[in-house]
Design a protein around this ligand. Structure first.
Ligand SMILES: Cc1cc2nc3c(=O)[nH]c(=O)nc-3n(C[C@H](O)[C@H](O)[C@H](O)COP(=O)(O)OP(=O)(O)OC[C@H]3O[C@@H](n4cnc5c(N)ncnc54)[C@H](O)[C@@H]3O)c2cc1C
Length: 283
């Protein structure tokens, strides 16, 4: 059954790239950068993974032609991680060749824990070859992040730090919010100390205020890190960050395969269900 897009539009910018352009321009005009994400995951057919890489390559061209300040985010299962790791890495490198030619940037989103090790392995290979044209995401709720963060920070990798959006068992991930927040802070300190430009991806006031306080106490200038939030959430806060001279970036998802992303947003916060209901009934 195809669900109406109206349901998702609180969190998903559009179904087609063209329709995202005015929205991205509006962010850029407010000094807010964008990361575009073509939605989709767990592709099982090579033909579809190949096609997805072509679409991403075209997207890098389209972003440039439209004059947008936007990088892209991808999921490795969109470009063949479920099919074969080497095939997926080759697909990523094909995309990164284009990103390097363009002087643009590709972030590898982090998916469920079944993919963490492979994602980090592929990222490390890509980082060796493409340096700061590629970045990764680390999820603070994973127990293993206590080792991954220092290792990737020592490489000087470009890391987006977030809490983690997938349902994971206690053996794999911290379950309680206060402990996730403590882990987030500990990792943010390491990233702020050791990496050139960490990305703090959260809507959580406690973590935002902690970051503002910690960076000011430790004389870490605003130019050295970035706040990131998801499309549809806390836009006014992002505008305020930009006005205050902070780097601010919104993650803008689009595409027809929006359902899994939309479901994760509903699951993580009950207020998000109300946002969606409001959008529906205002129409
Ligand atoms: C840019 C970006 C990229 C991401 N990439 C990934 C990824 O690659 N992999 C992955 O697993 N996850 C990713 N995530 C999702 C992330 O892991 C969390 O699931 C998600 O951000 C929710 O956690 P939170 O810290 O933002 O706030 P929550 O834990 O949802 O909320 C904590 C508190 O923050 C405040 N708050 C939250 N939302 C609002 C709001 N709209 N208005 C006012 N206050 C609010 C409330 O006080 C709330 O109690 C990404 C998130 C962002 C922002």
């Amino acid at each position: 059954m195809k669900l109406p897009f109206a349901l998702a539009q609180r969190f998903v910018a559009a179904e087609k790239f063209k329709e995202t352009i005015p929205k991205i321009k509006a962010f850029n005009e407010k000094n807010i950068k964008v990361t575009l994400d073509l939605l989709g995951e767990n592709v099982q057919e090579k033909s579809m993974a190949d096609e997805t890489v072509d679409i991403y390559i075209q997207l890098l061209d389209d972003i440039q032609h439209a004059g947008l300040t936007s990088s892209i985010s991808i999921k490795l299962t969109m470009i063949g991680l479920d099919i074969d790791e080497n095939y997926c890495r080759d697909n990523l490198f094909r995309l990164l060749n284009k990103a390097r030619d363009h002087g643009s940037f590709v972030r590898i989103d982090m998916e469920g824990s079944a993919y963490t090790q492979q994602t980090i392995d592929i990222f490390k290979e890509a980082f060796k070859e493409y340096g700061n044209h590629v970045g990764i995401v680390i999820q603070a709720y994973l127990h293993r992040s206590g080792e991954d963060i220092p290792e990737l920070a020592d490489l000087g990798a470009d890391i987006r730090l977030c809490k983690g959006a997938y349902k994971e068992p206690d053996l794999i991930a911290i379950q309680k919010m206060p402990a996730i927040r403590e882990a987030f802070k500990e990792y943010a300190k390491i990233l702020l100390e050791k990496t050139p430009f960490p990305r703090i991806a959260t809507h959580d006031d406690e973590l935002i205020n902690w970051t503002l306080h910690y960076t000011s106490e430790n004389n870490i200038p605003k130019e050295r890190f970035e706040f990131q939030m998801l499309y549809g959430l806390r836009e006014e806060t992002m505008e305020q960050f930009a006005r205050d001279g902070h780097h601010a970036r919104v993650y803008v998802p689009y595409g027809t395969m929006w359902f899994p992303y939309f479901k994760r947003r509903l699951m993580e916060r009950k207020e998000n269900v109300w946002f969606v209901m409001n959008t529906m009934f205002k129409k």
